[in-house]
Write a protein that binds this ligand. Structure first.
Ligand code: SF4
Ligand code: SF4
Length: 275
């Protein structure tokens, strides 16, 4: 999607893995994988017959920005109507205005987007510079599905907190080879999927979409506690980044057990692998 100067390219990874989070991919009401897939697939099909003229593309933009416009979780964040499915099998998310998309004949139409061509070509989210390369590499080799990948890759604080916890348990730095066998990769995928399956998300959370732009517009709040007797958690940062809220001490204890199990599973898998 962007023209990447970084060593590791997080935006387009493989036939089935890519990201469009900074284009507002997940900034939709009542987000679900199924709904998003249908939306992207219909858009991609419709765009195939759009004349590649300024008028044709603007008309498509008008038609596709409609229904979700006023009900986005983050109103000050765009959802680009040119996000679609790309690749031979249309098996990952990407930009329909990109010059490499068949039908665009090598022409870069991103200048017709909301952000404009320069921003589309050069913007990189904080995760691309803030996440240590070992963590980035593990993300690249572990997550094999665009929907989950785009949700977790921008969550640099959450991902870093996860690996820091593993490092503290192991008493050493994590290496890429720790995540080359099934037990550890399965456990990491399970962790990444908490972005969509976290049972303790606070009631007024905007959902799985992450507003990661560092302009102070939407800061992720502290963990919500309904009563004063709900204690702090050893996983406070992870809970915050998962946008959590708890109504009782029992509930936060259950969240801790869930994370304990996941970390224990990963730790065992890594230690077994080391023999
Ligand atoms: S959110 Fe980050 S990783 Fe995703 S497409 Fe944008 S720059 Fe790339
Ligand atoms: S036009 Fe820009 S914002 Fe829209 S999908 Fe393409 S790269 Fe993303």
């Amino acid at each position: 999607m962007h023209d990447d100067p970084h060593d590791m390219y997080l935006c387009q990874v493989s036939e089935t893995v890519s990201c469009g989070a900074c284009c507002g991919l997940y900034n939709l009401p009542n987000l679900s994988r199924e709904k998003l897939e249908v939306l992207l697939s219909m858009r991609t099909e419709a765009f195939a017959s759009v004349p590649r003229t300024e008028d044709g593309i603007y008309e498509f933009k008008r038609e596709n920005k409609g229904p979700h416009r006023l009900s986005r979780p983050f109103l000050g964040f765009h959802h680009c109507p040119f996000l679609g499915l790309i690749g031979d099998e249309k098996s990952r998310v990407g930009c329909l205005l990109h010059p490499a998309v068949p039908g665009n004949n090598g022409v870069d139409y991103r200048s017709l987007s909301w952000y404009g061509e320069k921003a589309c070509r050069t913007y990189f989210c904080p995760a691309t510079s803030k996440l240590p390369s070992v963590y980035q590499q593990i993300l690249l080799q572990t997550i094999d599905d665009w929907y989950v990948f785009g949700l977790i890759v921008t969550e640099h604080a959450l991902v870093a907190a996860y690996f820091k916890e593993m490092e503290s348990r192991l008493g050493r730095h994590i290496t890429v080879s720790d995540y080359t066998q099934k037990g550890a990769t399965d456990a990491f995928r399970e962790f990444a999927e908490l972005k969509t399956k976290w049972p303790y998300r606070r009631d007024d959370s905007p959902g799985p979409c992450n507003f990661f732009f560092e302009n102070g517009l939407y800061l992720r709040p502290a963990v919500f506690r309904k009563t004063l007797d709900i204690p702090p958690s050893p996983y406070e940062e992870i809970l915050r980044e998962l946008d959590s809220g708890f109504s009782s001490a029992k509930e936060i204890a259950a969240a801790k057990r869930l994370l304990d199990d996941l970390f224990l599973k990963t730790e065992r898998a890594i230690l077994e692998n080391m023999g």
